[in-house]
Design a protein around this ligand. Structure first.
Ligand SMILES: CC(C)(COP(=O)(O)OP(=O)(O)OC[C@H]1O[C@@H](n2cnc3c(N)ncnc32)[C@H](O)[C@@H]1OP(=O)(O)O)[C@@H](O)C(=O)NCCC(=O)NCCS
Length: 228
């Protein structure tokens, strides 16, 4: 079979390293990869066709972003993040290194995901046949600590904070601190109850502080949430 030519459209002011693959294609893809203005994409990243990404997107080395994905504005992901296909991520989301996000996951706006987080979508893999995968939903302004595992089908309520190393086996209500494996819930302490701060989440930076922009300050943070 002939290899398909890559297919992508990218907005102005992009900084794309050598060694990036944009618009990797499969048979049957009906849309290109689309990326908004001011993207920064580091070497080794692979982004598939049939995915749409907003403006001010930053992506670290060796990230893998497959097809069927919708990503909002001002999303930053660090190196070796894996986004399997067919999932949704809102705006103002920051994802640290080595995070695994499978198909059918839905993530709202202003979410922070710490390093080495694993999100799952099939409770009994290779043992029970299911018609559909059981995706995780993460509502707006959630923080997920490093090394957290989120089991299939779990919903994490708005503004909740998940402690490092927790294993989520039940839905987390809004405004809770989730701690332990399996996680137990307690009300958030006052200093963590405000949700994620735009001044920490929204500026587009990389590890060396380059590409700083202040334009988020003028922006109305009126993004519609993809998770309701
Ligand atoms: C849960 C968390 C918010 C608690 O922070 P804190 O309110 O300052 O609490 P403290 O460090 O004073 O710890 C309070 C108690 O909780 C325990 N604890 C703290 N973090 C814990 C965790 N992740 N899992 C289990 N227990 C934890 C402490 O051992 C302590 O127990 P003790 O009272 O029996 O001694 C914080 O530890 C955490 O996990 N933050 C996420 C960090 C992260 O993943 N960042 C990612 C980007 S680098």
């Amino acid at each position: 079979m002939m290899k398909k030519k890559p297919w992508f459209e990218i907005g102005p002011h992009a900084q794309i390293d050598d060694g990036v693959t944009l618009g990797y294609r499969f048979e049957g893809d009906t849309q290109p990869l689309r990326i908004g203005a001011h993207a920064v994409i580091r070497s080794g990243a692979i982004l598939y066709a049939h995915t749409t990404i907003g403006y001010r997107f930053s992506c670290g080395h060796l990230a893998l972003i497959r097809g069927g994905i919708t990503i909002g504005n001002r999303v930053v992901m660090h190196h070796k993040v894996t986004l399997e296909g067919n999932l949704t991520i809102g705006s103002g989301v920051k994802i640290m290194a080595h995070v695994y996000i499978p198909s059918t996951t839905r993530i709202g706006n202003m979410v922070f995901i710490g390093p080495n987080v694993t999100i799952l979508n099939d409770k009994h893999p290779q043992r029970i046949q299911r018609a559909e995968l059981d995706g995780v939903t993460i509502e707006d302004h959630v923080t997920i600590g490093g090394g957290v595992t989120i089991c299939p089908g779990i919903r994490v309520g708005a503004r909740s904070f998940v402690a490092a190393g927790a294993v989520l086996t039940r839905d987390v209500p809004a405004d809770m601190l989730a701690v332990g494996a399996p996680a137990r819930f307690q009300p958030l302490p006052a200093e963590l109850a405000r949700g994620n701060l735009p001044e920490l989440l929204l500026p587009q930076t990389d590890l060396f502080g380059a590409h700083k922009d202040e334009s988020w300050r003028e922006e109305e943070n009126g993004w519609a949430s993809p998770v309701s």
